[in-house]
Write a protein that binds this ligand. Sequence first.
Ligand code: 1DF
Ligand code: MN
Length: 358
Amino acid sequence: MAIQASVSASPVKTPAKVEYARIATEEAFAPAEMLKIYRKILDGSDPDPGFVSLLGFYMSSPSERARHIITCLQDLGEMRIRHMDEAGIDRQVIALTSPGVQVMDKETAVSFARVANDELAEAVRKHPTRFTGMIAVAPQNPAEAAKEIERGVKQLGLTAVIINSHTQGEYLSDPKFWDIFEAAEANDTPIYLHPNTPPRNMIQPFLECGLDGAIYGFGVETGLHALRIITAGVFDRFPKLQMIIGHMGEALPFWSYRLDYMHQATVRSNRYETVKALKKKPSDYLRENFYITNSGVAWEPAIKFTQETLGADRVMYAMDYPYQHAIDEVIGLDGMAMTPEAKKQFFQTNAERVFKIK
Ligand code: 1DF
Ligand code: MN
């Protein structure tokens, strides 16, 4: 099947009314105050190269796409809802845009996560039928992150956690972060592991050819992160923990066979101290502990492959507004050759269950 990608908000007609609600599950916002903090970091000494390449670009480029994105990110009101109406999106599940607070110093990150969560919760209270929100946390301080997860669930009514992949080069596979997993499991809330640009010690070969961002670096870095979490035994320790990964599972479903074979071969040969036996195969954790969204990938064969290998109850729709604000993709996905039941799971009912939408 041919690949048809569009690059901007296209002047196409609003998608027709359908038998299901369309819930978009990886949608981004950025408070103006966060962009001010970002400006300071960018102007400071030796900022993270991936951050400079990504947010440094969006915050300074005069291009139409960058202006549109920066404008849309800051709105949690009428403009966003108009864009949703134009695109036939019934509900957005919204999270603080990447890299969120993870690029900030520890103290600022902890305090700004609270500010952002309060702001998002307020928007959700104002528009309860259109918005659902995720809890931003600062992995820089795992104990505070755990507290914020509890506050987000119990006091703010937010129903998932957003973590934008690595935190200044550190990965959640390190047990020092596992208070976060414990809190997510205890509060019955999934963690959306969203991409970030590759960290300082990984980015150079990506950066020199312009492949560090959403085109490829995001997927490589975040797929690696999810795999590190699996192979570190996180789901043997926290079997009820659920994670969500976008961009068609950052390609991990496609890797399943090789991951299972080589993981077992590696364990058997005692090749690495760090590769330990797990209770299950890597692909079993993908099927039992991960939900996959199609953010950035409006492509029927990839969606069907993932439904076939993980189950139709594990694959959800996402637009990735405002980064991939493409109405024609919605129309294309409405037209997928799929049973009405599976299509409704994809667009609506899986998200309702995962994000506790009533
Ligand atoms: C981009 C893409 C930026 C995604 C994002 O957040 C993002 C991009 C800063 O195109 O630069 O979330 N995305 O998920 O594909
Ligand atoms: Mn995204």
